[in-house]
Design a protein around this ligand. Structure first.
Ligand code: 3PG
Length: 216
């Protein structure tokens, strides 16, 4: 592996090890971004994947990067080279995609951002590993086979560490976190729409605090 790739993989690992849970958030109104990120950080969740699924997403990444010192905002739902470049310009510290394409990997190689690509089969995981990506988002985790699937991959593919995302909740997160090939989990349960719309940041801090304690 090139030293460039090794450095980015190490940077990615450091972000994924900030805590047991990466918050996956979708922001409808940019005004929600900073208070939401502050609430998550206060609860001990620093890695925040802001999905590029709304018009507000890039401005939200920019606001969090500039205003919430301890937050580590990343861009999620990165589907193209264009998304990758826009996320980097907005100040994202990492990028995540649900799967990957050759076009996206080419764009990733032109950027400086640590990149977490998605996989949901042994072949996809092996293909990404062959390109140097030993940390992968297992997506969509629950529909794609859940804990049993990841446990089965740990034997033949011990060199891959996964961040499962998609259907992870407080009641199943701990089962994933016990697996030797799980570096962290990701999920949207820390920022339910009703709490965000109500501006109930204390409740979000409480959810984050519980999540941050999930692994010992
Ligand atoms: C996503 O990208 O939508 C994440 O995987 C979040 O999934 P969740 O809403 O099931 O936590």
């Amino acid at each position: 592996m090139s030293s460039w790739m090794e450095r980015r993989q190490a940077e990615l690992a450091a972000i994924l090890q900030l805590g047991p849970v990466v918050a996956v958030v979708t922001i409808d109104d940019v005004a929600q971004a900073v208070p939401m990120a502050r609430a998550l950080v206060e609860g001990g969740v620093r890695a925040i994947e802001i999905t590029l699924r709304t018009k507000a997403a890039l401005d939200a990444i920019r606001a969090v990067a500039e205003q919430v010192a301890d937050a580590v905002p990343g861009a999620g739902t990165v589907l193209s080279g264009h998304d990758m470049a826009a996320a980097e310009r907005a100040g994202a510290k990492f990028a995540v995609s649900p799967g990957t394409t050759p076009e996206l990997l080419a764009a990733v190689e032109k950027s400086a951002l640590p990149y977490l690509p998605g996989s949901s089969s042994a072949s996809e995981a092996m293909w990404l590993l062959a390109h140097g990506y030993s940390r992968q988002k297992f997506f969509p985790a629950e529909p794609a086979g859940g804990v049993d699937f990841l446990r089965a991959l740990a034997g033949p593919l011990p060199g891959i560490q996964f961040c499962p995302t998609g259907g992870i909740r407080p009641d199943n997160a701990a089962d994933y976190l016990k697996l030797p090939n799980v570096i962290c989990v990701g999920g949207s349960w820390l920022t339910p729409k009703n709490l965000v719309q109500a501006g109930d940041w204390q409740a979000i801090t409480a959810l984050a605090r519980a999540a941050a304690r999930l692994r010992g």
